[in-house]
Design a protein around this ligand. Structure first.
Ligand SMILES: O=C(O)[C@H](CS(=O)(=O)O)OP(=O)(O)O
Length: 265
């Protein structure tokens, strides 16, 4: 094969993405990953291979507090250089609330260079007015504000409660609302003990919110990603994706995997 033919073949190969996938910067089809402590070299590797497919990079839980300052600074800088928003896990926000240090938390997050903030109450009780003040303050400081609904413990909020919270968060300036799914995707949020959607709750939620594009679905398991992609298309917003599964998810989105191949037909 001549060099020219080789280039043509390669270009044809690269033009394969089949589903109608939006390119970055995009407002839909967002992928949020959960990072639990990748080193700088691993981070660089993932960004070089998958940077174009990642929109939000969550440094899980309170892990940002555990890095050496220079490593955290470099990691934040690196992630941002790929056009990706970076933010600390919602649990860190909840610790700041419990300690009465929300202003300090936001100030430090800004100084370090985080571009987004998650406002959540997965583990704590968060009165409406404090939640709404935190959303507004973070937005004022220039953060993209992601809020989260749903509990991490046995306390199970009714779907009606979730719908009301989603509406309020959006009215107060949330960019997107995350549906709790944890890292496991089992027995949490709208997932049952096998990690399957509780269908009546899913339908009730969709009926209540109207437009599902305001949500980011935490969907760490393949069956959950598959169901959401088949239902809402390749540009559904998905979160808590393990960093080493971003490419596999992207293949699922565009129908380059047996499970979703039919969306390309
Ligand atoms: O990063 C966090 O704080 C948690 C991680 S998990 O839900 O405990 O697995 O997620 P978040 O959605 O940010 O609350």
């Amino acid at each position: 094969m001549s060099e020219q033919e080789g280039t043509r073949t390669w270009q044809a190969f690269l033009s394969f993405p089949l589903g109608k996938r939006l390119e970055k910067p995009r407002q839909q089809g967002l992928t949020m990953i959960i990072d639990k402590g990748l080193g700088l070299v691993e981070t660089k590797d993932i960004l070089h291979v998958c940077g174009q497919y990642i929109d939000f990079f969550k440094l899980g839980f309170g892990t940002p507090a555990l890095y050496a300052p220079e490593v955290l600074e470099e990691k934040v800088h690196l992630v941002k250089s790929f056009g990706i928003d970076i933010y600390p896990g919602g649990t860190f926000f909840e610790v700041a609330i419990l300690q009465g240090k929300i202003e300090e938390y936001l100030y430090l997050a800004k100084t370090i260079g985080f571009t987004a903030i998650e406002v959540s109450d997965g583990t704590i009780t968060l009165p409406h007015e404090i939640r709404e003040k935190a959303i507004a303050r973070a937005a004022d400081l220039g953060f993209k504000v992601l809020t989260e609904v749903g509990k991490k413990n046995e306390e199970h909020h009714s779907v009606q409660h979730l719908v009301e919270q989603i509406r309020r968060d959006l009215q107060h300036g949330a960019y997107r609302v995350i549906l709790e799914g944890r890292e496991s995707g089992i027995n949490v949020g709208l997932y049952d003990g096998q990690g399957r959607f509780i269908q009546e709750e899913l339908e009730e939620l969709l009926c209540g919110i109207g437009d599902p594009r305001v949500l980011i679905w935490e969907a760490p398991r393949k069956n959950q990603q598959e169901e959401l992609i088949l239902r809402f298309g390749p540009n559904v917003n998905l979160g808590n994706i393990p960093p080493n599964e971003v490419l596999a998810l992207e293949a699922l989105r565009v129908g380059l995997r047996a499970d979703t191949l039919k969306i390309t037909l």
